[in-house]
Design a protein around this ligand. Structure first.
Ligand code: AMP
Length: 430
């Protein structure tokens, strides 16, 4: 006999099982509260977009677009991709719906899955989830600082401490051009000492040489020219203002001259959030990142609209919550547990359940054929205060047994008076 293949979840994806939902609820609730606290409006964009949106926005030469995007052609010959991040889709929606006509700056937030064809490993998936915050319509550095404040606020609500902020400025088109040239010149002089990947990066996306992990390149990176030395006056001022605001907020930061981020649309401030890891020599874990993208809306065909945003990785946050024993709300015990014996009792019980709910009594049930004893055990396990027992005789008589679980005291009452009686008992028991 041939055995049927058991189909499993696709590589790099996973199921969020019931026992983990409390963590997800906490993330969603904290994100929602943070958004409300800082005036962000919710937006949800599709998980599929035109490939060109990401090619133009994130950049053709980037790892995300070139190597990691789930791209496909539909039956109708549309070239689509699963979103590898939120910003480009939200920027598209901003233009498409003329959202610039709403008050500026406009703050938007979202939460949901992103897709990247990466090599799965701990904390790295092919379908992962992000909480995303974006602010459109201002170049003011106060908003760069505020969005960083938002991330700290959100992570604090979740109960995560020891967050480390890395920040850098990658300047504007003009000063970045000068820096890029200096960097390329420096790397050319050291061409023999760098890894093969960096040789390619140098041609396609030179700034990315700075976050190469290859050991060979570390010494070269350490001596490389740094962007802040090349910033034009405006970018320098913007960077300084951001840092001043962060000082005011008492948010400490690490000036990370190697932080460039892997997306072409960024300019000026880029930042990442890390959390420290226990164990000697363990590197802090990246929880999220973001930056300013003043040119993206125009690049996508909208009118010039500066913007700044960030995204935080839900899986990594949940991983840290678990490691650190963060408290999540447990499911409340039902007030009443309804159990029954026989077909008639089951039928009447089904209806009674709804009546209890209409009267705002929380209830759980057993419709099994198990003995009353076994069903009572379940009521006990679920920590119900009261068991409602619908036996065969009670169902025939239109009565029901109300049993206090703690004392075991029970009484038979007419079905028509059961809800009233229950309410009294539950108030007394509180
Ligand atoms: P990025 O914009 O690529 O820096 O992503 C922001 C954050 O999202 C990262 O710091 C991670 O926490 C999370 N993230 C990105 N890609 C993945 C992935 N493949 N699996 C799990 N989390 C991810």
């Amino acid at each position: 006999m041939s055995k049927k293949k058991i189909i499993q979840v696709p590589k790099g994806t996973y199921d969020i099982l019931p026992q983990d939902q409390a963590y997800w609820d906490k993330i969603r609730k904290s994100a929602q509260d943070t958004a409300a606290d800082f005036g962000f409006l919710r937006i949800d964009t599709p998980m599929i977009e035109e490939q060109e949106l990401f090619a133009r926005g994130i950049g053709l030469g980037t790892d995300i677009v070139e190597k990691e995007m789930y791209s496909f052609t539909t039956r109708g010959k549309d070239k689509l991709a699963l979103r590898p991040e939120f910003t480009a889709g939200i920027a598209r929606a901003f233009i498409e719906h003329g959202l610039f006509s709403i008050a500026q700056p406009l703050k938007l937030w979202s939460v949901g899955p992103i897709f990247r064809y990466e090599q799965p490993q701990a904390g790295r998936y092919r379908q992962s989830h992000q909480v995303d915050f974006e602010v459109f319509g201002s170049t003011d550095a106060v908003l760069d600082a505020q969005i960083i404040q938002v991330a700290f606020w959100f992570l604090k609500k979740i109960g995560l401490k020891d967050i480390i902020l890395h920040i850098n400025s990658i300047g504007c088109k003009d000063c970045r051009g000068l820096y890029r040239k200096a960097l390329v010149d420096y790397y050319r002089r050291n061409a023999k000492k760098i890894c093969a990947d960096c040789k390619v990066r140098l041609k396609k996306n030179p700034l990315r040489v700075l976050d190469c992990k290859n050991e060979k390149c570390q010494e070269i990176i350490a001596q490389a020219p740094v962007m802040v030395d090349y910033l034009c006056d405006d970018c320098k001022e913007h960077f300084k203002e951001t840092l001043d605001y962060l000082d005011e907020l008492e948010i400490s930061y690490y000036l990370d001259s190697h932080l460039v981020r892997g997306l072409d649309y960024y300019n000026r401030n880029v930042f990442e959030f890390f959390i420290s890891q226990e164990g000697e020599g363990k590197k802090p874990l990246a929880l999220g990142g973001g930056g300013r993208y003043d040119g993206l809306i125009k690049l996508l065909g909208g009118k010039e609209t500066p913007a700044v945003g960030l995204a935080l990785g839900v899986e990594r946050i949940i991983g840290e919550m678990k490691k650190r024993g963060a408290k999540v709300p447990e499911k409340a015990a039902p007030e009443v547990f309804l159990l029954q014996l026989g077909v008639l009792a089951k039928r009447k019980g089904l209806k009674l359940y709804e009546e209890l709910l209409r009267n705002k009594i929380s209830v759980a049930e057993s419709f099994s054929r198990d003995s009353i004893k076994a069903q009572l055990k379940l009521a006990d396990k679920m920590q119900a205060k009261i068991a409602l027992i619908f036996g065969q005789q009670e169902a025939l008589d239109d009565t029901i047994i109300i049993r206090e679980m703690d004392s075991g005291v029970q009484e038979i009452v007419p079905l028509s008076r059961a809800v009233k009686k229950l309410k009294k008992k539950l108030v007394r028991g509180k």
